[in-house]
Design a protein around this ligand. Structure first.
Ligand code: IVH
Length: 689
C-alpha cells in the first residue's frame, strides 16, 4: 500500500536505539538530519568555516545512515549518505551538453588584451568602457553539473565540448558540490546547468604523489592530471579518496529564473551553496585589467591551487548574447595566460636522495636558473623509468618547469644541444646513505633501500617497530623518536633495548616518571611473538597477514632467514614479489646483525606468546560502537591475551557482543540471534575480575 494511504494506521519501524517509531516521524527526522548535514557540509567544504566538530558531524551522519538502513525506501539519491558506495561502472555513459561547452581564446600579452577590448567595442558599436569580470583561470578539469528542481541529477566532463562523459557518481563524492541546492535566499530554478572546474589543491597533490611514490605507482605530472585521473575512475570509491574540490564559474541552460549579469550568476551560486572562485573583480578598463593580472601573477603561488592565467568576461549577459561565439569560443571572454614557468638550463650532475620510507629519488643538479620568479638548481627526476622515458643524461640541456609549490621537474631534453659528452645515469645498486642493497620489485617504479638501520629512514623504521600492532612500545611517540635519532642515542632498533634512564631524562619533556614508564614498556616488549617481530621489521610487502602466514609455515626465524625464493613461493599465500622482498631483506648482512642484537638484548619471539591466563578460553567477543576505555585493537588484544577470540561479525558462534556508545547493527543482530550483550563496563569487570 502506498505510504500516503496509511495515515490512519501509521507504519511502525524500529530505530537503532530499539525504540519503535512511526514512519512519518522518521521521515521527518531524516529530512531534518539531511538539512542539518547539508548545512554543516556547506559550512565546512564551501565556506571553510565549520560550526561543529568532526565528531559531531560524524554522529549526525551515523544517525542518518542508521535511519536510512532501517527504512531503505526513504533513501533518496540526493541524501548525503549517497556520496560514496555504489559498485564500479563498466564504462562512462556519454552525456550530451544541452549547450556546447566552449573553450576560451588566449591572449598572451597586454597588446592582445587591448585587441580583445577594442574588438568588443567595435562589435557593440560603442566607445564606452565595458564592465568586465576578471577571474582567476583555475587549472583543473572542466565539468558540468545539472540541477533539476534543485537536485543534482547529472554530472559530466567537458569531453569534446558537445558530448562529455557521465561522471555523476564521481562528482557526488566531492563534498563541496551540493547534492541539493540551498533555496533560502533565492528561488531555485527548475533547471540549472552549472559549469565549473574540478581541481586538486597543491598540497593534496603533493601528498597524493608522495603516497604513490611509496606504493611504487606512477606519479602524476601535475595537479590537473591528478584531478583528471581521479575524476575518470570507474570506481567512485577511488575518487572519494582523492580530496578533489570545485570552483563554479558559469552557467549553461537555465529555466525558471532570470539573471542579467555574470556577477549576479556568481552571487546566485553563492546563495545556492555552490563554491565560487575567490578573488574575482570587476574591471572597467585596460589599466584595471593589467593591475589585476599583475596582482594575481604575484599571488598565484600562495593560493593553494594552480591557476594558469586570468579570464576576462563581459559582465552583461545581454551583451554576451549579442557578441555570440566564433568557432567554439565565445567572443565575450578571453583567457589572459601567465608566462609559462619553464626555462632552459643544463644538468651538471644527478644525485640520489633517500626518502623517509627508503625510496631512492634521482635528483638533477642544474645550473641555477630563474623560473617564474624563483631561482632553482635542483629538479626531481622521479625514478629510473622517468629518466629512461625522457632519456635524460648528465650534461644535457633541458627544459625545467615549476608549477605552484610543486618541486621543479625536468620536462624534456633539448636533443639538438647534445655534444656527445653526455653521460647516461642509472640508480646505484647500493644505498648512497647506508650502503645496504637496493631493491626494485618488477612491477614498481621505485628503488628502495633494504637496510634496516639506514639513517635516512631510521625514524620511520623505529616508529613502525614500536607501533601497537608491532612491538607495542607505549609512549614512543614521533617527537621522542626524533630526539632519540637526532641525538644519536639510537642508530638501529636494537639500540632501543640499551637505552638507560640517564639517556632519557636529558630529553625534552621527559620527566623521571615518563622515562621509567618508557623503559618498562620497552622491557615488556621483549616478550613478543615471531609474527609480531616479523611485522615489526618492516620488510616490504610483509604486513600482519603475511607475517602470520610465514610464522605458521616456518619452524622459526632461522629457517625463514635461510629460506630460498623457491621455498617461499611454495608457501600458500606467498607470491613471487613477496618472496623476493623477503630474500633480499635477509640477504643484507647488516639486517641479520640487527636481528642478532635484538636476540642478545633478550627479545623472545616464540611462535605463540605463552598465555598467562585463559579465563576467556572458548569465548568469542564482537565489539560494536565507540569504546571509551580501550581502542578496538586494545580490547581485541585483551580478549586474545586472556585466551578468547575476537571476531568482527556476529554469528551463532559469538559468545558476547560488547556495546560501546552508539552501537551499530551488530547489536541488533545479536538480539535477533539471542546472543548475550554486555556493556563496556561489564566487559571491563569481566577481564579485570
Ligand atoms: S569561463 C567559454 N572561467 O578554462 C568557456 N573558464 O578553455 C567559458 N576555466 O575549459 C569558461 N577557470 O573550464 C571560465 N574562471 C574561469 C575558468 C575557466 C578555468 C577553464 C574552463 C575551460 C577552459 C578554457
Amino acid at each position: 500500500m502506498p505510504l500516503a494511504l496509511c495515515a490512519s494506521v501509521p507504519a511502525l519501524i524500529k530505530t537503532s536505539f530499539g525504540v519503535a517509531m512511526k514512519k512519518s516521524d522518521s521521515r521527518h527526522i531524516i529530512k531534518e538530519l539531511r538539512e542539518k548535514i547539508n548545512y554543516h557540509n556547506y559550512r565546512y567544504y564551501v565556506l571553510d568555516d565549520p560550526e561543529i566538530s568532526d565528531a559531531e558531524f560524524d554522529k549526525l551522519m551515523r544517525q542518518l545512515e542508521n535511519l536510512e538502513k532501517e527504512s531503505p525506501e526513504l533513501t533518496t539519491p540526493d541524501s548525503p549518505t549517497q556520496r560514496v558506495g555504489p559498485p564500479p561502472l563498466n564504462e562512462f555513459v556519454p552525456v550530451k551538453h544541452s549547450l556546447p561547452m566552449l573553450s576560451l581564446t588566449n591572449a598572451m600579452n597586454e597588446e592582445e588584451v587591448k585587441g580583445f577590448d577594442q574588438r568588443i567595442k567595435k562589435l557593440l558599436n560603442t566607445t564606452e568602457d565595458i564592465d568586465y569580470i576578471a577571474e582567476p583561470k583555475v587549472d583543473g578539469v572542466a565539468v558540468e553539473l545539472v540541477y533539476e528542481q534543485g537536485r543534482l541529477t547529472v554530472g559530466s566532463t567537458r569531453g569534446d565540448g558537445v558530448i562529455g562523459e557521465g561522471v555523476t557518481q564521481n562528482l557526488k563524492t566531492i563534498r563541496s558540490i551540493p547534492l541539493r541546492l540551498i533555496g533560502k535566499e533565492r528561488k531555485i530554478p527548475e533547471l540549472l546547468e552549472v559549469r565549473g572546474e574540478v581541481y586538486l589543491g597543491t598540497e593534496d597533490f603533493q601528498e597524493l604523489n608522495r603516497r604513490r611514490e611509496d606504493e611504487g605507482e606512477p606519479l602524476f605530472a601535475n595537479p590537473r592530471n591528478a584531478a583528471a585521473g581521479s575524476l575518470r575512475q570507474l570506481d567512485s570509491n577511488i575518487t572519494a579518496q582523492r580530496p578533489l574540490d570545485i570552483f563554479c564559474h558559469g552557467i549553461g541552460r537555465v529555466i525558471g529564473i532570470s539573471i542579467n549579469t555574470h556577477v549576479e550568476t556568481l552571487k546566485a551560486f553563492d546563495q545556492w551553496g555552490l563554491k565560487v572562485i575567490p578573488n574575482i573583480r570587476i574591471c572597467r578598463n585596460l589599466e584595471e585589467i593589467i593591475h589585476y593580472y599583475r596582482e594575481m601573477t604575484e599571488r598565484r603561488d600562495d593560493l593553494g591551487y594552480e591557476i594558469d592565467g586570468i579570464v576576462l568576461k563581459v559582465n552583461s549577459l545581454r551583451l554576451q548574447d549579442r557578441l555570440g561565439t566564433v568557432s567554439r569560443s565565445p567572443r565575450w571572454a578571453v583567457a589572459y595566460k601567465f608566462e609559462p614557468k619553464q626555462e632552459t638550463t643544463r644538468i651538471k650532475d644527478i644525485v640520489v636522495q633517500v626518502g623517509r620510507t627508503g625510496a631512492l629519488t634521482p635528483v638533477a643538479i642544474m645550473e641555477p636558473v630563474r623560473v617564474g620568479g624563483v631561482e632553482i638548481s635542483r629538479a626531481t627526476l622521479h625514478n629510473q623509468d622517468e629518466i629512461n622515458k625522457k632519456d635524460i643524461r648528465i650534461g644535457d640541456t633541458v627544459i625545467v618547469q615549476r608549477a605552484g609549490d610543486v618541486i621543479p621537474e625536468v620536462v624534456k631534453v633539448i636533443e639538438t644541444k647534445r655534444t656527445g659528452e653526455e653521460k647516461r645515469f642509472t640508480i646505484p645498486e647500493l644505498c648512497p646513505v647506508c650502503g645496504a642493497g637496493v631493491f626494485r620489485p618488477e612491477d614498481e617504479a621505485v628503488h628502495r633501500c633494504l637496510g634496516l638501520s639506514c639513517p635516512a629512514k631510521l625514524r620511520e623504521t623505529i616508529k613502525h617497530f614500536a607501533s601497537k600492532r608491532a612491538m607495542d612500545i607505549d609512549g614512543l611517540g614521533d617527537k621522542l623518536v626524533a630526539q632519540l635519532t637526532d641525538k644519536g642515542l639510537i642508530k638501529d632498533v636494537a639500540d632501543l633495548y640499551s637505552l638507560s634512564k640517564e639517556d632519557l631524562i636529558g630529553l625534552e619533556r621527559m620527566a623521571e616518571k615518563s622515562a621509567q614508564n618508557l623503559l618498562e614498556a620497552i622491557e615488556k616488549s621483549k616478550e613478543t611473538t615471531m609474527e609480531r617481530l616479523l611485522y615489526a621489521l618492516g620488510i616490504r610487502h610483509v604486513g600482519e597477514h603475511i607475517s602470520k602466514i610465514l610464522t605458521n609455515n616456518f619452524k622459526d626465524m632461522g629457517s625463514l632467514i635461510n629460506a630460498t625464493e623457491d621455498k617461499l613461493t611454495h608457501t600458500h599465500g606467498i607470491g613471487a614479489k613477496i618472496a623476493k622482498s623477503i630474500v633480499k631483506f635477509f640477504e643484507q648482512k647488516d639486517n641479520l646483525r640487527v636481528i642478532d642484537r635484538l636476540k642478545q638484548a633478550g627479545l623472545r619471539y616464540p611462535k605463540i606468546k605463552p598465555r598467562k591466563e585463559n579465563k576467556l578460553e572458548g569465548m568469542t567477543f564482537v565489539f560494536t560502537g565507540a569504546l571509551s576505555s580501550f581502542t578496538r585493537d586494545e580490547a581485541k588484544r585483551r580478549v586474545e591475551e586472556l585466551g578468547g577470540k575476537a571476531a568482527s561479525a556476529v554469528s551463532n558462534s559469538t559468545t558476547y557482543v560488547v556495546t560501546g556508545e552508539n552501537p551499530g547493527s551488530k547489536a541488533d543482530k545479536a538480539r535477533t540471534l539471542g546472543i548475550n550483550i554486555m556493556t563496556e563496563d561489564e566487559f571491563k569487570k569481566l577481564i579485570e575480575r
